[in-house]
Write a protein that binds this ligand. Structure first.
Ligand code: ATP
Length: 439
């Protein structure tokens, strides 16, 4: 049995609104609307793999391209470019009720969906009772679906698409539609399917659904993958970014996208060279970070935390012993006395490796400012995060904490003479002779 059930490569979907005389007049009158008529990529060069037994969640704000991606995988719309390789049967529950025909009754829809998927009537007859039992909508099963409530449609659709035992189940925001009992029943059904070797792609705006159900989460923004990794890591970054101002968010997303591209190309290079990483390094990359603390009490906020290398470029790949600057862009909304910034480096276990509190001048007027600290990187190797806060009143009043942001890694130089995570840069001597060399 093939382990990878879905592989998509460089998948792109471009939409272009057709130019019409009416549109041309509208665009002349409202130039800001004209840009909406240009062709744009709703999904932009997305590559993704899905293996048996895996549940992958897709998050992203409204219009990020989630539904467009699922529609292409389900075969509802064709891609503009890129490839989709599917091994097995795909069963998709896209926009609410799209798997069903409103003119048909519930029972007729069972056979209709079977026919769409090429499943013969006899097989569907064998599944009919199970579908009716799971949907649990009583006599409504004999009424046309156009008279159903949204919860009933959700129940029927989910019952059909999961009972036919797909290899890939695609679910767009369904688990939050039914009542609590049905949501729990749907989650249990999904786990059952996954346990029997299916894989699932789930879109949801619910952080709870993503955390409890998914093995991996992919964050889409403007059609591109920003992050692809363990749920708590991706959700922490996603939630922190959503709290930022739009300018800071844009810059942060650009940085995350470049990190994701670097990680993807490195993974591809490692795969082609056939050089697997050391088990402990793999484990560390996979390890989920501890839950992040995000506090936003207003008054002052941190907009961006970046690591800058010697050449002035933002970076997430640090070398041991090299100089770096951590730049913190923050803004005060009020006149604040006694402002301080806390900055620490945290490991993937959640331990604080080190940090410092920096007290600014006594009184700060409203506006944006940038605090920067430079350091010679003493870390030898590993994967880390930054945590940053802004407080006043002798650190008693918290304005904003952003936790576990700006993930970065440190690569050890090949002939290091250090052990552990920190290079203390010891100065050695033998019998008082300091010329002794460390090898
Ligand atoms: N048929 C279409 N023609 C033109 N533009 C479209 C079409 N379908 C989607 N779009 C646009 O593509 C972008 C991505 O839409 P999509 O529905 O995939 O986003 P989404 O992440 O699922 O959003 P939401 O969370 O709001 O459901 C949006 O800008 C949307 O307006």
């Amino acid at each position: 049995m093939q382990d990878v059930v879905l592989q998509i490569e460089n998948l792109t979907k471009k939409f272009s609104a057709k130019q019409s005389p009416g549109r041309a007049l509208r665009n002349a009158l409202f130039p800001s609307q004209a840009k909406l008529d240009r062709s744009f990529a709703a999904v932009d060069s997305v590559s993704l793999k899905l293996s048996r037994g895996e549940v992958v969640g897709i998050i992203g704000h409204n219009g990020a391209g989630k539904s467009t991606l699922l529609k292409m995988i389900s075969g509802v719309i064709p891609p503009t470019s890129g490839t989709i390789s599917i091994h097995g049967r795909v069963s998709a529950m896209l926009e609410l009720g799209s798997a069903i025909n409103p003119e048909y009754t519930g029972i007729e829809n069972i056979y209709y969906y079977g026919a769409v998927l090429g499943i013969d009537r006899k097989t569907m007859k064998g599944l009919e009772d199970k579908i009716i039992e799971f949907a649990d909508i009583g006599q409504h099963i004999n009424r046309p679906v156009k008279f159903y409530s949204s919860g009933m449609k959700a129940r029927l659709s989910f019952a059909i698409v999961t009972t036919i035992k797909p290899d890939i189940l695609i679910v767009d925001e369904i688990l939050s539609v039914g009542d609590a009992a049905f949501s729990a029943k749907s989650a249990a059904r999904m786990r059952e399917l996954i346990g029997s070797g299916a894989a699932a792609l789930v879109v949801s705006h619910s952080v709870a659904t993503m955390t409890s159900l998914c093995d991996r989460v992919v964050w889409l923004d403007e059609g591109k993958i920003v992050m692809n990794g363990p749920p708590s890591e991706v959700i922490t970054q996603y939630s922190a970014t959503m709290l930022m101002s739009s300018t800071a968010r844009r810059q942060h997303l650009i940085d995350l996208l470049s990190t994701e591209r670097t990680a993807t190309s490195k993974a591809a290079a490692a795969a082609t060279k056939g050089k697997p990483k050391a088990a402990s390094e793999k484990e560390e990359e996979r390890r989920e970070p501890p839950p992040a603390t995000v506090v936003n009490n207003g008054g002052a906020r941190i907009e961006l935390v970046e690591i800058i290398d010697e050449k002035g470029n933002p970076t997430r790949q640090l070398s041991s012993g090299q100089p770096y600057t951590i730049e913190i862009t923050a803004a005060t909304e009020l006149v604040i006395n006694d402002l301080s910034i806390g900055l620490s480096i945290r490991t993937r276990n959640g331990d604080v490796l080190g940090g410092q509190i920096y007290k600014l001048e006594k009184r700060r007027s409203p506006g944006t400012f940038q605090a920067a600290c430079t350091f010679l990187n003493p870390i030898v190797t590993g994967h880390y995060y930054l945590t940053c806060d802004i407080r006043s009143d002798n650190r008693k009043r918290i304005h904003h904490i952003i936790d576990l942001v700006t993930p970065f890694s440190v690569l050890s130089p090949p002939q290091t003479n250090c052990v552990g995570q920190i290079n203390f840069n010891f100065s050695w001597s033998v019998d008082g002779d300091q010329t002794a060399k460390v090898s």
